[in-house]
Structures are given as C-alpha cells and as structure tokens.
Design a protein around this ligand. Structure first.
Ligand code: ZN
Length: 325
C-alpha cells in the first residue's frame, strides 16, 4: 500500500518584544520558552511614537522573515488597555499618549499582536519558562529602581479590568511612612528598592553613622546596592542592617500576599537579589512569622531565573497563549 508522505512539521515560534525607554529587545521564542534568536536596538524614545514603532517594526520584520513567526507579544512600560491595545501614556516614551500600539504594529507586520505592561510580561516569562515553571499560582516581585511585579492566578496573568493589578511596590508597609511618588505613604518601594537603599545610605553618612561604605564622587544618585553588599560581606554592621531592613520590608509585604493569595511561589528578580541571604534570611523569617501557618509553610521563596530575558520570553509566552491553535 502506498503511503502518503507526512506533512512537514514546523515548530511554532512567536516574537517577544520588550520595549524600554533606552533599549528595545527582541526574541524569537519556541513553544518551550527557549530563545532561538535575539536582537537589541536603541529605542531613541525622543523621536516619538511613530518613528519608534516604525523602527521596532523594521527589526521585527527582519527577525520574522528568518523564522516561521505566527504572532507577536510586546511589553510596554506604561499604563495601557491591553484589550484595546492602547497605551495611555508612558513616562519614558514621549508622544505615546493614547497610542494605538497594537493596531499600528499589526498593520506594519501583518501579524497578530498582543500587548501587555512590561512588568506583567516579565512575570509571565518567569511563570512560563523560569522559576515559576510547573506551578499555577505565583507572584513576581521585581526589585530595581522601583518595585514592580505581576500576579499569576490559576495559570493566567491577572491584570484586573484596568490593567493595573500587580503594583506590588505600592503596597503599604507603614501607614505613616515617607511619601511615595504615587501619592500614598509608606509604600514597599520606599523600603526595598535601589532608590530607597541609596536614600538610607546617604542620610546615614550625612548623620555621621559609622560605616566603611564610601560613595564614589558623583555617584550619589546612581551607586548600586553592590556597594552596601560588599561592605556587609566585610562585616560592616550598618551595611548588614540596611540589607536586613530591606529583607524585613519584603518579608512583611510577602506575608500580606501569602495571606491574600495563598501562592505556591514568590519569585524575586532584579539586581538586589544579588545580596543573597543578607536579604532573603529576614525576608523568609518575617514572611513565615507574620503569615498564616499553612500557606506560609507551602510557599516557596525563589530567585528569578531569566534575568533580563524575562520580558521577551514572557511577551512571546503571552503571544503563544493568545494565538496558538
Ligand atoms: Zn507608592
């Protein structure tokens, strides 16, 4: 009997884009969350919406032409309506007020596009292909200049009806705490971000606290937590206390999240995680001491695995979720 040839099989691929104020990253990603090819271009945000989107589309087309890409996911840093594919505004992208991003990109690429907030896309990346792989309920805290994150509930990215869910940095830690950029007071971001650490160190040095930490000339606004970490490793009590307090704030925030959501995993990303047990020991202690016993015993507290690739992997993952048949 003559057998017909089997159909050739093509691995399904999606393009993930992580649009930032400085750089835009691209990744062709397979169905297992592996990056097949990646690229990075400067965003040139000052040129405004149309020029930026045209440049993004140019690189996207180049990459897509070399692969069987079936859809595009993009993470954008700003409030948006992901259903309509509109970015309301983006502080680091001038001219993006009410920008019809999805419609423009779909027209330029001839491919379906799904749009999400960049922090949510990164959270989905860790869930799909990083430290969250295999669980259904997780929360990502990203610790950078500010504190961001995302929620995965029952295997889905939870955005809320206004796409504003997951603003973990603006959870109140101290209701009489310092004012926050968001208009509230005592937010987690005021205790557990690189900005917060810089403020604490500057204030302590000005007050004459004894420490081996020395801020290099001209780096008052930019020095990294590494400076504090290195001093802590040398046994500097002040440096250890600074990192302990960061871990404590994160642990108190974690306890609230554990009680509210009963997540399987809490995952932490960003440069601050490099401080290791100086932060994670108090984080675990305060989370476990303050949350209900059963959910706090269940929850795993982990460091993210995808690093700077979480955004492109997650954006592509969200495209798989939206466009695979
Ligand atoms: Zn706030």
């Amino acid at each position: 009997m003559k057998r017909s040839k089997p159909w050739p099989t093509f691995a399904m691929l999606m393009l993930g884009i992580d649009l930032g104020g400085t750089d835009t990253k691209f990744g062709i990603v397979d169905a297992d969350g592996h990056i097949v090819e990646q690229a990075k271009i400067p965003t040139h945000a000052h040129e405004g919406f149309e020029k930026v989107i045209e440049r993004v589309a140019h690189t996207a087309r180049e990459l897509a032409s070399r692969h069987m890409v079936q859809g595009v996911g993009m993470g954008v840093p700003g409030p948006m309506n992901s259903q309509l594919g509109i970015v309301y505004e983006a502080p680091n992208l001038p001219g993006w007020e009410n920008a019809p991003v999805r419609k423009c990109l779909e027209k330029l690429l001839g491919l379906p596009v799904v749009l999400h907030n960049d922090a949510n896309a990164a959270a989905y990346g860790e869930f799909w292909a990083g430290a969250g792989r295999g669980c259904s309920n997780m929360v990502l805290f990203s610790l950078g200049t500010g504190v961001g994150g995302g929620l995965i509930i029952n295997g889905k990215l939870y955005t809320g009806p206004d796409d504003t869910a997951g603003e973990l940095g603006h959870m109140t830690i101290d209701f009489e705490g310092p004012p926050c950029n968001c208009g509230s007071r005592g937010c987690l971001e005021a205790y557990a971000s690189a900005t917060a650490i810089r403020r604490v160190v500057r204030e302590a040095l000005a007050a004459g606290v004894q420490t081996s930490i020395r801020i290099p000339q001209g780096e008052e606004e930019t020095f990294g937590a590494r400076l504090v970490y290195d001093a802590a490793v040398q046994g500097d009590p002040f440096a250890k206390q600074v990192l302990y307090d960061v871990g404590k704030a994160l642990g108190i925030a974690a306890a609230s999240i554990i009680n509210i959501l009963n997540p399987e995993r809490l995952i932490y990303s960003g440069a601050l995680t490099g401080a290791g047990e100086f932060i994670f020991a108090p984080l675990r202690d305060f989370a476990r001491a303050r949350a209900f016993r059963r959910p706090s015993e269940r929850v795993e507290i982990l460091v993210a695995q995808l690093g700077a690739d979480a955004g492109i992997v997650g954006a592509a993952g969200l495209a798989f979720e939206s466009f695979s048949c």
